[in-house]
Design a protein around this ligand. Structure first.
Ligand code: UT7
Length: 332
């Protein structure tokens, strides 16, 4: 059975840097509060007409393809993770398909929020293992800066999230003990409403109305403390589950790439898993939480910085809305 190996990584973030001080001019917050509670110093916001989710994805994918020495024509399938699709429908996968010279390949949109990239990686891995496809682009791309209100009532979320995209090219390999060793996927839908955006959904006869805007019903809701507490539990648990399956230990991990949710979550998980600083990737200070894009952006930066060597064991984990959580173990 073939395995899937990452042969190219790419990322793209919008040009506009928004600092905590910029945000504090729009809402009742401070640079000190944001740094202390989240570790975030700045994030990127897209510019309408310049960037959008599918365009940022195309930029990241092109870089991943170039680094793998492949062309868009070589790709067999696209798995696109996002919670902020350009349109309500169709999904962003097809918008990406038309942006690069792909064949008329399948393009699957995947909704798993913060865990989206690992879920997408897992789906692509199964297609490769089954022999159905050999070359798959897996991408996470998000525009979130326009879903939050830049106001006092929107501040608890507005200061955390940012825009950006990351992508990997996955290719089939017959090399033994190489590539994706395992992925673990979980959910607990009892908590769906603890981090969600209700409208415009299909449950109501009228999908949106002016009073929804006024009441703030078109804004996402997050029970920050509950998400935080569960993240602390599930990040280590889901990595250990993957390690156990592969008969590996925490000390075997060469690099841990957690979903960039909050620097305090990363620090607590690092401590719980006994990992030294040089084994952790953290870039939340520069990009905030970019949801499905956060892991591939962090992976791309780590690779660019020469932090991943042939044979390294790379672990990834994510937790977020759903609740959904996931992990992946990769032998580079
Ligand atoms: O990717 C998965 C998605 N999300 C997450 O992983 C987020 C997980 N949760 C968190 O990261 C944290 O819960 C937050 C960063 C969202 C909040 O940190 P916290 O330490 O849990 O703060 P809090 O919500 O308990 O708020 C503390 C205080 C409150 O004031 P009072 O009631 O103590 O007077 C808030 O009103 O901070 C206030 N506050 C703010 N102050 C300045 C809330 N947001 C802000 C803000 N600026 N942006």
């Amino acid at each position: 059975m073939p395995a899937s190996k990452i042969t190219g990584v790419g990322m793209y973030v919008p040009e506009q840097v928004v600092t905590n001080d910029d945000l504090s001019k729009m809402m009742d917050t401070t640079n000190e509060w944001i740094i202390e509670r989240t570790g975030i110093k700045e994030r990127r916001f897209f510019k309408e007409g310049v960037d959008c989710v599918s365009k940022m994805a195309a930029n990241a994918c092109q870089i991943a393809l170039d680094r793998a020495g492949k062309k868009a024509e070589d790709v067999d399938f696209i798995v696109f993770a996002t919670l902020s699709s350009d349109y309500n429908f169709p999904g962003s996968g097809v918008l990406l398909q038309r942006k690069l010279p792909f064949r008329n390949i399948g393009a699957l949109d995947l909704r798993a929020q913060c865990s989206g990239f690992i879920y997408a990686l897992s789906v692509a891995d199964q297609f490769i293992k089954s022999g159905m496809y050999k070359t798959i682009l897996v991408v996470g791309s998000e525009v979130q800066s326009n879903v939050f209100e830049m106001s006092d009532r929107g501040r608890n979320l507005a200061v955390i999230f940012g825009d950006g995209a990351g992508a990997v090219l996955l290719e089939a390999t017959d090399e033994p003990n190489k590539g994706i060793l395992t992925t673990k996927l979980h959910s607990d839908g009892r908590f769906a409403e603890e981090l969600y955006l209700q409208h415009p959904g299909s449950r109501k006869k009228v999908r949106f109305s002016p009073d929804m805007i006024e009441n703030g019903d078109l804004l996402p809701y997050m029970n920050g403390k509950l998400v935080f507490m569960n993240a602390l539990k599930y990040f280590p648990e889901v990595v250990r589950e993957a390690l156990d399956e592969c008969k590996l230990k925490e000390s075997d991990i060469n690099l841990f790439i957690p979903h960039q949710a909050n620097a305090r979550i990363t620090a607590a998980v690092q401590k719980e898993m006994n990992l030294p600083d040089d084994k952790i990737v953290s870039n939340i200070d520069r990009y905030g939480n970019t949801t499905a894009a956060s892991i591939p952006i962090a992976l791309c930066e780590a690779w660019q910085d020469g932090r991943i060597k042939e044979g390294d064991l790379v672990a990834m984990a994510a937790f977020g809305s759903g609740f959904m959580w996931a992990s992946a173990l990769i032998r580079w």
